[in-house]
Design a protein around this ligand. Structure first.
Ligand code: SF4
Length: 315
């Protein structure tokens, strides 16, 4: 196993109170696997990713839990050890990163900078690695000296992925990597991630609110709601027979992934206020299947039909 997160709790101290953004999450990623982490915005996905990178904002606290990546206890790394850990063991494609490339620096130069600063490459070796990376992600290496504005959105996203894999990390965390791209480009970027998994053995933790992205690219899927994982299993099984009412609602809220014609229904109600979560199952005010016990007891994540589900229906 490459990544193991166990019972992780990350809380934010805010002026309005404590936000339990991640509240007892366990998750694993195998080598060469793409795991999707899905849920509405505010469900704790990005906080999870930032905790793995140890890149949380100053008002965040890791209250408890364990993160182990390739045998390394991530939560015990010192600041200087973290410098080596990031980029070389794990890297992140941040949400909107393709629009955050420095507009006055050539794209290749920005990737070369990472190689020089983080791994001590000399400039010549760095540029030759940049060309290699461009080829790997499907950009003509003659474009290394272009500026970001000379690239299409899809090319900029490929360049950002090239930067993320520059130092051969074991794990790439991609936060909404295809949001804001058109569907054809989205599909090409997802194909690229799958190719990198197959050819380089890179594992990917893919964070998205879009279930069609998960269905297209991920081997396993974890569904998050209000800081907890509510369903976790093979993507095929989760989509074929969603067991948690929230997973079912999420799937119905997207146009059919298989192309079959059906009406899609938005999920009723709003995501919960994280400062004041409903008692019991946090989904109960929106759940069409809720019954008495749901507003009283928090459902534990339990094995059901070969996957994990947190719902009293599967008691
Ligand atoms: Fe719905 Fe109850 Fe299951 Fe929560 S525990 S998802 S409210 S049935």
């Amino acid at each position: 196993m490459l990544l193991k997160v166990r019972d992780l709790r990350v809380y934010y101290d805010t002026v309005a109170g404590v936000v339990k953004a991640v509240d007892g999450v366990s998750l694993s990623v195998e080598r060469g696997e793409i795991v999707g982490l899905a849920g509405e915005s505010g469900s704790g996905k990005t906080t999870m990713a930032r905790a793995i990178m140890r890149l949380l904002p100053s008002n965040a606290r890791i209250v408890s839990g364990e993160i182990v990546l390739d045998g390394v206890d991530v939560l015990s790394l010192s600041e200087s050890e973290l410098k080596d850990f990031r980029w070389k063991k794990v890297s992140m494609v941040f949400q909107g990163a393709m629009n955050a490339l420095n507009p006055v620096l050539r794209v290749g130069e920005q990737i070369a900078e990472v190689l020089v600063e983080k791994a001590g490459y000399d400039k010549r070796r760095a540029w030759s690695r940049v060309e290699e990376l461009f080829k790997l992600v499907g950009i003509d290496p003659s474009r290394t000296r272009d500026y970001p504005h000379e690239f299409s959105g899809g090319m900029r996203q490929r360049a950002v992925i090239a930067m993320a894999i520059a130092l051969n990390p074991d794990l790439v965390i991609a936060d909404e990597p295809v949001t804001a791209l058109d569907v054809v480009v989205q599909s090409k970027i997802l194909d690229l991630l799958k190719r990198l998994r197959d050819e380089l053995g890179i594992s990917v933790l893919l964070i998205t609110h879009d279930l069609s992205v998960i269905a297209e690219a991920c081997d396993r899927t974890a569904i998050m709601y209000a800081g907890r994982i509510v369903e976790y299993g093979s993507t095929e099984e989760v989509f074929e027979e969603p067991l948690h009412p929230y997973t079912r609602a999420l799937i119905s809220a997207f146009p059919s992934i298989t192309g079959e014609r059906r009406s899609f229904e938005p999920i009723k109600g709003d995501p919960p206020n994280m400062l004041n979560l409903p008692p019991g199952c946090a989904f109960h005010p929106r759940c069409p299947k809720a019954f008495d016990k749901c507003s009283k007891e928090v459902p534990e994540l339990k094995e059901v039909k070969g996957r994990l589900v947190a719902c009293h229906l599967w008691g």
